[in-house]
Write a protein that binds this ligand. Structure first.
Ligand code: BGC
Length: 388
């Protein structure tokens, strides 16, 4: 396949239409010598209470590997080659569990019970007010003080012949962090031969409750710790977003992105407009906004695409969720040293968190985030990696 980058970089949309594609790593290696997909289990250290933590490394039949710890269900590394075959790790994180316990901006984590913010750290359900931990300017962020990112999940190898897969389960007690109902969450990470990381989320409850599960990996396609992400090109398939107030709680409006520096329907460098004179960008200190996906949720649809021109690395995101939080690491300030001692500077990564809209429990006009006994919460997100 001959792909001319000059032709290609005008817009990533062409890629969405299949104008240029890369072969999955498994197709580039000779079938007879192709290694089988594997899952390896190692120790990742101990929590302060002495509990042992594991690290699971999943590798497909090619050069694509993802490591996940059962502490917070966190993705600790994603490795794949650039356009010249040079492999790099593209997510921020730490070498052992100690780093995750000490420095915790949710690197790689499974977030629950509620991803992003709930205004005034409370919500009403069936006439009753539930009070949550206010851990962010009077609001509740990412599940409270001890969210799903800080608990030990039970891990099970559910790999098949072709797909390495890890199933993680966590049972959250009725009333945990203020949320009603015993909530059983099962999250499965699996790797396809086409260099896709698939995350399937399931949950059930024994009382009416609300939830919003997501993954909070921080990506830098040039490699974790290799500078900022302002030169990455981003495309997001959304014509509206949910504007926020200065504490980053949605106002309730679904606002058109026409003429806005937040509009990424056409691929643009992240840095091109990030410091534009725009109230929303000021509130977020950059991009930190929920995009209302055009696809509306329900079926697995592509919602974002990112390309890093120097390495040629590329990531596509597909989801069944109605929203996508695009966050540009605005609160990273160079004080965190991660894997291999690398410093994670301001805007040194971006997050694409597929989700229900922030503060939905207090916004009846948003798609509901409620779950009732007898129902199954189910959503899938796929991150697909390639290079060109
Ligand atoms: C939020 C940011 C927050 C970050 C924490 C993102 O999902 O939108 O406001 O600072 O998580 O790491």
């Amino acid at each position: 396949m001959n792909c001319d980058r000059r032709q290609m970089m005008g817009t990533l949309a062409a890629l969405a239409l299949g104008a240029c594609s890369t072969k999955p790593a498994s197709e580039t290696s000779s079938t007879s010598n192709a290694p089988s997909p594997t899952m390896k289990k190692d120790s990742f250290g101990k929590l302060p209470d002495g509990s042992a933590v594991d690290l699971f490394t999943l590798t497909n039949a090619g050069a694509f590997s993802v490591a996940i710890t059962n502490y917070g269900g966190r993705i600790t590394s994603i490795k794949f080659p650039d356009k010249n075959g040079k492999v790099a790790d593209v997510v921020l994180g730490f070498d052992t569990v100690d780093g995750y316990v000490a420095d915790n901006p949710y690197f790689g984590a499974l977030i629950g019970r509620y991803g992003n913010r709930i205004g005034h750290a409370q919500f009403k359900l069936d006439g009753k007010t539930y009070k949550l931990e206010a851990n962010d300017n009077g609001n509740s962020l990412h599940g409270g003080k001890k969210g799903f990112d800080k608990v030990l999940w039970t891990a099970k190898d559910v790999s098949t012949k072709d797909l390495p897969a890890l199933e993680l389960t966590y049972v959250s007690k009725d009333g945990e962090e203020g949320y009603p109902g015993t909530l059983t969450s099962v999250v499965t990470y699996s790797l396809s031969p086409a260099n896709e990381l698939k995350i399937d989320y399931h949950a059930t409850t024994d009382k009416n409750t609300v939830l919003n599960l997501t993954n909070h990996a921080y990506y830098n396609l040039a490699g974790a710790g290799e500078g900022d992400i302002l030169g990455h090109h981003m495309m997001i398939t959304a014509s509206k977003f949910t504007p926020v107030d200065k504490t980053l709680i949605p106002t309730g409006e679904l606002k058109s992105l026409d003429g806005s520096p937040l509009d990424f329907r056409e691929a643009k460098a992240i840095g091109e407009r990030i410091d534009a004179n725009d109230e929303q960008l000021k509130f977020g200190k950059g991009y930190d906004h929920n995009y209302v996906l055009d696809a509306k949720g329900g079926t697995l649809t592509q919602c974002a695409m990112v390309h890093e021109p120097k390495s040629g690395r590329m990531m596509e995101v597909l989801t069944t969720q109605p929203g996508l939080q695009f966050y540009t690491g605005n609160f990273l300030d160079g004080t965190i040293k991660g894997k291999g001692g690398k410093v994670y500077g301001h805007r040194g990564a971006f997050c694409l968190e597929t989700q229900h809209f922030p503060d939905s429990p207090n916004k009846p006009s948003f798609p509901t985030a409620e779950l009732k006994p007898g129902e199954t919460y189910q959503q899938t997100t796929v991150y697909k990696f390639s290079a060109m």
